[in-house]
Design a binder for this molecule. Structure first.
Ligand SMILES: NC(=O)c1ccc[n+]([C@@H]2O[C@H](COP(=O)([O-])OP(=O)(O)OC[C@H]3O[C@@H](n4cnc5c(N)ncnc54)[C@H](O)[C@@H]3O)[C@@H](O)[C@H]2O)c1
Length: 288
């Protein structure tokens, strides 16, 4: 495997901008791609805000911030990422969308380029089968917010080669992440457990067991979770959570993953959590 120098992140939303940030801070050239230039630039603005906060808190040196920002290029043309050594996809949780992007990327990029997906639950084996050279497809599941969360879950598709896993482990180490390696099963390790808890919390709210605040406090104070399950769902995005629940319910057939009515209604009403200013909680406008 060639040494990884340039990383492209596809999708500049909640996860994509965070992944591009940690890539740039780890010293890689980072390209942040989205379907429009505006969206890609919005992602870079968010990175700049994150880094400013880091500087204000004394966690990032001003020269580190400047060097990281100088390594990031926002793009809206796929050709611009065709020479990257590692491409990390962070587009919406939709299998056909991801398969179509992996097919395109595998035709556009060098046969040695590694193609990774940040999917939270979808089958890597299915995504890999759409690509030319499926042995170079792998899951790199980052956590939100990417620059703060230590875990990187590496998911091995049926086709993934050892060399591919070794290469992304190297990248994860350079990004300062701690890694776990899991087989390609619906929801892997982290999502399967986390979503089961999150959906149960929504059902309890629906039943009137307690308020959102108290359900969250139960897990924060009683179990030492840094953030309760409803706050976490707001952070992830309720649309993202719903898509994952539907997929896990279909794949695993367990009632634990049946999407609660309340979650469906909130998504239909556009209450998607932090990103829309309201979910289980209300959030002041961020100005972005
Ligand atoms: N939100 C989380 O907390 C979280 C955590 C871990 C993993 N994930 C996974 O990461 C992925 C992205 O989730 P997100 O929350 O960042 O979503 P998001 O909706 O915030 O961002 C998705 C971005 O992809 C862009 N996009 C859509 N189609 C595209 C295409 N064909 N090519 C390029 N860009 C395209 C959109 O314009 C948007 O900017 C999903 O697979 C999700 O399951 C999310």
């Amino acid at each position: 495997m060639a040494e990884i120098q340039a990383i492209a992140v596809l999708g500049a939303g909640t996860m994509g901008h965070g992944i591009a940030q940690v890539a740039a801070q780890a010293g890689y050239q980072a390209f942040l791609y989205d379907v429009s230039r505006d969206l890609a630039e919005k992602g870079v603005r968010k990175i700049s805000e994150n880094l400013k906060l880091g500087v204000d808190k004394g966690k990032v040196r001003p020269e580190e911030r400047d060097a990281a920002l100088a390594r990031i290029t926002p793009v809206d043309d796929l050709e611009a990422v065709s020479r990257c050594d590692l491409l990390i996809e962070a587009i919406p949780e939709d299998l056909s969308l991801k398969r179509s992007l992996f097919k395109k990327l595998s035709e556009l990029c060098a046969p040695t380029a590694i193609l990774a997906s940040n999917t939270s639950s979808l089958s890597l084996t299915d995504i890999a089968s759409a690509a030319r050279g499926p042995e170079r497809v792998v899951g790199m599941h980052f956590f939100n917010p990417v620059h703060l969360m230590k875990l990187l879950e590496i998911v091995r598709a049926y086709q993934t080669s050892d060399g591919t896993v070794q290469a992304v482990r190297g990248v994860g180490t350079r990004m300062g992440k701690q890694m776990i390696e899991v087989r390609d099963r619906p929801g892997f390790a982290s999502t399967r457990l986390g979503v089961a808890l999150g959906l149960q919390a929504v059902r309890m709210l629906e039943e009137g067991v307690a308020t959102a605040e108290d359900i969250d406090r139960a897990m924060e104070l009683g179990y030492g979770h840094p953030m309760g399950p409803l706050k976490l769902a707001d952070l992830v995005g309720l649309d993202v959570r719903l898509a994952i629940a539907e997929y896990l319910y279909k794949e695993l057939g367990s009632d634990a993953f049946r999407p609660p009515q309340l979650l469906k209604q909130m998504v239909r009403a556009g209450k998607l959590g932090r990103k829309t200013g309201e979910g289980f909680y209300k959030y002041p406008a961020s100005g972005s």
